[in-house]
Design a protein around this ligand. Sequence first.
Ligand code: GTP
Ligand code: MG
Length: 377
Amino acid sequence: MTSDRTSDSTGDSSTKIILVMGITGAGKSYLIREISGQDVGVGHGLQSFTQNIQQVICEISGHPVMILDTPGFDDTHRSDTEVLTEVADYLASLYENGFRVAGIIYLHNIREDRIRGSSYKNLQMFEKLCGQGALQNVVMLTNRWGLIDESEAIMKESELKKDYWNMYIKAGCKVDRYRDRRDLTRIFEGFLSYDTTVLEIQHEMVDQHMPLCETAAGEAVNIELARQQKEHRQKLAEIAADYDRQTQEMKAIMDEERLKLENGLQQLEVDKAMMMTEQRRAEEAAKAGMEEGLLKLAQEQQRMEEEFQTKMKEIGAEKNAVAQELAKLAAIREHQEQRMRMRNDDGGFFGFFKNMLGGTLGVLGGGAVTKLLSKLF
Ligand SMILES: Nc1nc2c(ncn2[C@@H]2O[C@H](COP(=O)(O)OP(=O)(O)OP(=O)(O)O)[C@@H](O)[C@H]2O)c(=O)[nH]1
Ligand SMILES: [Mg+2]
């Protein structure tokens, strides 16, 4: 049976409490499922699976046991502060309610190459939560032995014992291997005989009434937070510097483009002014040409008018001359008729008159009159 609240626990003071800790994906839930035979949720991907503390109540060799499945630090969904707050509050509440921890398993995947990053942080948080006094109830447990070469696994284990776990071992913590279920039964049965212990975080928060932030674990998170903040600030400063640089570059490009545009605009203004001057000149030239043409036309008209008047005068003079000729002719005719009438009286006179008139016309010499006379005679 699983539950995620201490108050829901069906355990009593004889129930042995076993805490299972370790990095996300280490195999905590898998291990608890194996030992309890209960349906404990196991992760399938890289994401953290167990989000809250899970209580699994079961029996080990006829003894009631409550196994606590804890979320690891460096959870993909929650901050270290959130995980610590959850774990610390839970452990403090457990202690306040008279429950004591009998055993703690810190699970480590033997395939993991080196302890670094989140593994190291988890280990430190584990140490702060437990404190030196509880290390005697701790088993540093490695799993997945069957998944790598035995000699390699042994070598990795001895490295851990020599380096990272050395201090804990000196303080009384044990090291064990989880190869199959029998190992788990043996380890959990071992816890049944342990004296219960009080974790450092329980002591600090319950006995010393410390706020979480002042506890060793809280300070470790704060230090980690401060480190992360510093790292974030540095990253932000780098981003800001990068942004400034890019902005400067962009500004330089934009200034250059603006200058080009302004120059282009100025050139356009100059071209436009030149075009307008040209156009004005052309218009003025066209206007001047038109005025000159009109003047010439007027002069031509004037000349033609004068020519017409002259012609009219000439025609008038010619008309007068003809009229005078006609008058003369009429007079001559009159005179001739008189002579004709006289010739009727004297036949030889007509021939004489004709000769005489021919002589007279020769004297006059008028072309028109001569023609007229030719027609008449
Ligand atoms: N072969 C093998 N696979 C394991 C073992 N322990 C865990 N796994 C696998 O590793 C994956 C993660 O196991 P979990 O038990 O969910 O890990 P966890 O520590 O509870 O992870 P969180 O809940 O995220 O903190 C699952 O796919 C498991 O099947 C093991 O001992 N042997
Ligand atoms: Mg889990």
